[in-house]
Design a protein. Structure first.
Lengths: 108, 552
């Protein structure tokens, strides 16, 4: 990984975006939002709702666990950001761009 | 053919919060795809998913994605229909198959340096074998896409209260726009995210269902009214017995050897993934490590299915809900607002991911293996990209047609096993014979696959018109697989006598006795990375689980 590579300005911009689009940030954000909404529903649960789920306040439990998972994913990306792009990957990306035009392999 | 009417019975009662959660998820997924396509117009995004997550997480997600969605619906339906015996599909089926793949077959795949499963057949036999394999693969992927589409539509039907045909077309348009808008990157994101969401929805259902029925022992005691065979895995599997799961010959040779080995050792996604490993030993370990979660999964899928037989009145009976509805009906009955939304989101996302995966593998094989290889070779890349895009649209529309076939089955797991007996078993035959018998001739793979597929299909046809009779649809798939394998084997033997053998130089790395030894592996592997050791561990785990369900 030690090999420093020169990125064109366009590639550097793409790489910043790519870091933002790390899968962990999406799972984290999704679970934090889901966790908060479900936890609120759990806190506001009536006795009838709790009885429905065999006497367990599922909303509260599931909500809090999802919230915790979301926080873990976000903490994870902060502690360990994605590794910088390697020369081999930049080369592969360039080659793919020549082959596929500007559409990327996602185009098919 | 009653499920069209029967599955109309389930109505999901969602609150406003549930709808909001579903909307948030799909805004996320479509938004990711859209943003990625507009902002990152190169293939940088292609690398993302692989870089940021450790291998074990993507590994789990891939295992869950290749059959996960329809497995949740189908195997729980089978739990409700056949009882605990359905665990055979995991403990003498998938797990031994994955261990066999790792220990016996992977060295051939990896050592020969082929890039794809069809390419192995091309090099081991001839281009006719490759072509028939590609055609079988294309057929089976659009049929399985139909199963995913039907599953998605049945949730949509229960959600919106619309007729199933309308729901199927609406789901197809939804999936199509998802694939076209989102592209590959969004599909990868959705595949991993849906796994976490579906866990968050499935685990609470298992917990509540077990609490309601008094734990596994309480559940088994209450289900004893359904007969001893329902709660005991091996009871009634003798040749004269009545366990609808089948008899032991069908189970061991049909279910385990032909169907499960056939599915897991030639499965495109699974094998491909293992083949991209960095060395021979890692490639062999990948499926074996995957076997461990696979061994535990039935506790979370089959058991709630069995609980549904108890907790959902009229399940699987005429006029009641279809067996396919077991899990959605449990979710609807027990999950509170919010958690229900998460669970339904997980189901919808999983079926979409499944359908998208089927359509894209259909697309890849049709465009590159058939169109480019045999029909219109030598055009520029942009031409094949365009063909690929049209193929996606065509694939989704064929999926609509095949979804109506799937809708005719009260239990989609039975339908899937039927498809596997037609398509996977003959391919497995060509592989296993090709690897172990070096004299198998150039043309024998082609004839083995053709005859195997036709005989398995013929057995099914004779069963359907009433000429042959089996204990159950599942038992038919097992015996159909055995018949297809045996007939294909005979055809390969005959074809070998009439076709020229391949010269040994062309078989280097492809057959037993002529493997290429991976240099990195010839360095001694530490004992705790030994595939054989891990494989024995996985099999022992299955043995312990059999023991557990026998004494509980």
């Amino acid at each position: 990984m030690a090999d420093k590579i020169k990125l064109t300005p366009e590639e550097a911009r793409n790489w910043r975006l790519a870091k933002l689009f790390d899968l962990r940030s999406f799972i984290g954000a999704l679970f934090v939002i889901f966790g908060i909404l479900v936890t609120i529903a759990g806190l506001a649960a009536s006795q009838a709702t709790i009885n429905k789920a065999a006497g367990i306040n599922l909303g509260l439990w599931v909500g809090l666990i999802m919230l915790a998972m979301g926080v873990i994913f976000i903490a994870w990306i902060l502690v360990k950001p994605p590794a910088p792009i390697t020369a081999a990957e930049a080369e592969a990306a360039r080659k793919a761009r020549e082959e596929f035009g500007t559409q990327g392999p996602g185009g098919h | 053919m009653t499920s069209l009417a029967a599955s109309g019975g389930l109505k999901l009662s969602l609150s406003g919060l549930d709808v909001v959660l579903i909307a948030i998820y799909f805004t996320f997924v479509i938004g990711i795809g859209f943003a990625l396509r507009r902002l990152i117009q190169t293939s940088t995004d292609f690398f993302l998913s692989g870089r940021s997550l450790p291998a074990w997480i993507t590994g789990i997600a891939f295992i869950s994605a290749n059959l996960g969605a329809i497995e949740i619906l189908g195997m729980s339906a089978s739990g409700a229909q056949y009882g605990i015996s359905i665990v055979h599909y995991y403990w003498i089926g998938a797990v031994p198959a994955m261990v066999f793949l790792g220990i016996v077959m992977m060295p051939f795949y990896y050592g020969s340096r082929v890039r794809s499963v069809p390419e192995y057949l091309m090099r081991r036999y001839d281009s006719k074998t490759h072509l028939v394999n590609a055609i079988i693969f294309v057929l089976s992927s659009v049929l399985i896409a139909g199963v995913n589409l039907f599953a998605l539509a049945s949730v949509l039907e229960a959600l919106l209260g619309i007729a199933l045909p309308v729901a199927i077309v609406a789901s197809a348009l939804f999936v199509l726009s998802y694939i076209l808008l989102g592209g590959l990157s969004s599909a990868i994101y959705n595949e991993v995210m849906q796994f976490f969401v579906i866990c968050a929805g499935l685990v609470p259902v298992v917990i509540v269902a077990l609490k309601e029925t008094g734990g596994i022992s309480g559940l088994f005691a209450k289900l004893s009214t359904n007969g001893h065979d329902f709660t005991s895995a091996w009871s009634g599997t003798g040749l004269g017995g009545h366990n609808p799961i089948g008899d032991w010959i069908g189970l061991v040779f049909g279910l385990s050897f032909c169907l499960s080995f056939g599915y897991w050792t030639t499965n495109f996604a699974e094998v491909q993934r293992a083949m991209s490993a960095r060395d021979d030993n890692t490639a062999r370990l990948t499926p074996i490590i995957g076997a461990y979660p696979k061994a535990v999964i039935p506790l979370g899928i089959v058991i709630p299915g069995m609980a549904a037989a108890l907790l959902i009145p009229g399940l699987g009976e005429g006029g009641g809900l279809a067996y396919n509805d077991a899990i959605p009906a449990l979710m609807n009955k027990y999950l509170p607002a919010g958690v229900l939304g998460v669970a339904i989101t997980g189901l919808l996302a999983a079926f979409m991911a499944g359908m998208a995966a089927n359509v894209s593998s259909f697309n890849a094989v049709w465009t590159y293996d058939i169109w480019q290889n045999y029909l219109r070779p030598g055009r520029p890349d942009s031409y094949y990209l365009r063909v690929g895009r049209y193929t996606t649209v065509v694939g989704v529309f064929i999926g609509i047609l095949t979804a109506f076939i799937a809708a005719g089955y009260n239990n989609i797991a039975n339908y899937l096993q039927t498809l596997f007996s037609f398509f996977n078993v003959p391919i497995f035959l060509a592989f296993i014979v090709g690897m172990l018998w070096r004299k198998a001739g150039r043309g024998s793979g082609f004839w083995g696959m053709i005859v195997g597929t036709l005989v398995a299909f013929g057995t099914w046809l004779l069963y359907k018109v009433g000429v042959l009779s089996f204990r159950s649809d599942l038992a038919e798939t097992q015996w159909g697989a055995i018949a297809g394998f045996a007939a294909g084997l005979a055809a390969m033997w005959i074809a070998t006598r009439f076709s020229e053998p391949k010269p040994l130089a062309e078989l280097k790395g492809l057959v037993l006795g002529y493997q290429e030894v991976d240099v990195k592996t010839s360095v001694r592997v530490p004992w705790f990375k030994s595939p054989v050791l891990w494989g024995i561990g996985a099999l022992a785990l299955c043995g312990l689980l059999y023991l557990y369900i026998a004494v509980v």
